[in-house]
Design a protein around this ligand. Structure first.
Ligand code: PRT
Ligand code: MG
Length: 220
């Protein structure tokens, strides 16, 4: 897809990623006039005529960047790992922004002896939205699992007998606690990364560079 009038498009999800990205944009002198929490606009203009933001679902960010509908975007490592073409192809090596931090973990109902079951070689039913990461994790451990794909509220699955375990993101741990679940294994730490469309980087480097530099500061 062709870039219109050299306007750079940054794809973001609203919520924590948007909130935690604002300081970087402020550092770059960018002011956003609309608040995505209250506005229904999906395209947000900024005080910089060369930069606009688009508000998309967190898991759709890599897709917009991959096809060049956005020049760059910000997405969690969890989302990037699940994305089909990652890490090869059209998404440029991500910059870790160290924002929206959490971890991907295995959790079970309080009282379920996960480690004993694993030791015994039991086959586990695992419910998750993160099927790629979960499959890889259990394959590495040599644990046989039946994966059950869910799109949200994973915490419910062990409580109603849908699964023995879940693979989900944990930040404060309050959601697990409120649902009588306990974390039994950390899979990876997660933060959000800047991804850039390769063609944009090549054709639009002059305009992109100042923004990339501002974001790159986060990695120092
Ligand atoms: O909500 P939606 O379905 O639209 O999409 P999304 O959940 O992918 O988006 P969003 O905005 O909720 O999350 C965007 C990114 O933030 C994720 O891709 C992660 O990289 C990152 N992030 C950081 C988190 C969390 N922390 C987090 N705690 N994403 C989700 N959670 C959820 C988690 O899934 C669980 O339900 O919060 C709950 C646990 O939180 P605690 O604090 O109770 O442990
Ligand atoms: Mg969410």
């Amino acid at each position: 897809m062709k870039n219109v009038n050299n306007i750079l498009t940054l794809a973001l999800s609203k919520g924590r990623i948007f909130k935690e990205t604002i300081p970087f944009l402020t550092d770059a002198g960018v002011i956003i006039h609309d608040d995505p929490e209250t506005s229904r606009k999906l395209i947000l203009n900024t005080n910089n005529p060369k930069l606009r933001l688009i508000i998309v679902r967190a898991s759709d960010v890599p897709t917009y960047v991959q096809y060049g509908a956005a020049d760059f975007g910000i997405a969690g490592k969890d989302v990037l790992l699940e994305h089909e073409s990652y890490p090869s192809g059209t998404l440029y090596q991500p910059i870790d922004l160290n924002i929206a931090k959490c971890k991907l973990a295995v959790a079970v109902k309080n009282g379920f002896n996960y480690h004993e079951m694993v030791k015994q070689g039991a086959r586990l039913r695992v419910a998750t939205k993160y099927t790629k990461s979960a499959r890889e994790h259990f394959a590495k451990k040599g644990v046989y699992i039946d994966l059950i794909k869910l799109y949200g509220s994973m915490e419910l699955a062990p409580l109603v007998g849908l699964a023995d375990a879940i693979v989900d993101l944990v930040s404060t741990g309050n959601t697990l606690k409120a649902n009588n679940l306990i974390e039994v294994e950390e899979i990876m730490t997660v933060s959000s990364r800047l991804v850039v469309n390769r063609a944009s980087l090549k054709n639009n480097e002059k305009h992109l560079r100042p923004f990339l530099e501002v974001f790159a500061k986060a990695t120092i």
